[in-house]
Design a protein around this ligand. Sequence first.
Ligand code: AKB
Length: 313
Amino acid sequence: MEDKRILVIGAGGQVGQELVFNLREKHGANNVVSSDIRDFGDQAGPFEVLNALDKERLFEIVQQYKITDVYHLAALLSATAEKQIEFAWDLNMNSLFHVLNLAKDGHINRIFWPSSIAVFGPNTPRENTPQHTTTDPTTVYGISKLAGERWCEYYHQKFGVDVRSIRYPGLIGYKTLPGGGTTDYAVDIYHQALKSGKYECFLKEDASLPMMYMEDAIRATIELMEADGSRLTIRSSYNLGGISFNPKEIAAEIKKIIPEFEITYQPDFRQKIAESWPSSIDDSFAQNDWDWKMEYDLRKMSEDMIKQLSKLS
Ligand code: AKB
């Protein structure tokens, strides 16, 4: 395996903490630098405080650690971004430019940057959404992710930048809590089911969305970054299918393990966002180009979530 020195930006978030853990197992703790806007207590390897908008500090860190690969995860998610629209645009776009420019100028070799199902909108086919289709996002987050995708492809075509990306569905894991997304209910529901046996959902019972267990999402991210670049036909961002379910279906699955569990519904502004997103995704490009295969379905994920959270509590 070639020597990699990795920087993860936004390492304190839901994906970041799990990704850093896995990358350190694979490449050695000292070869994976985690960074975030604040010190979140990562002591398992090198950590740097980094504001993703501070391109001078970013450059210093890249030089200091001789970074080869950057995983750039820092962003405001869909629900939070609606409350700070200008800052969300600034953070989500300009931090991406800083990383793309580092690669363009030859300072790093490879970039991972996540996009999202939020690039789709009300005129996108909702079922089995294809890779190439109408993208008319109605959220600031979705607009920034779609623009980011176009810039990634542009930098790849014009400057040969090796940037790779996945349109993450809602991600569900037991180690860390998500922050500010529309799909966050699907994590919180497990915590509340164990804590109080009930959950009030901010989406309607039939709001189906594509989701994925964190184990699969981290594996997908690392597999895409290790894939043979000559096979990759998508340099904007790959669709990733995951598991499609609605709040009623996840509640029914939880009830099989915790029979007294009860769900109620109090939809808020996030319901409208959910309605503008697909309910299921076609990921045949990921399957063909880098042999992607999902492992966790709703049952397997629910069993593992409840088992792992019970151990932690
Ligand atoms: C969100 O809900 O904003 C995110 C996403 C789907 O990108 N989880």
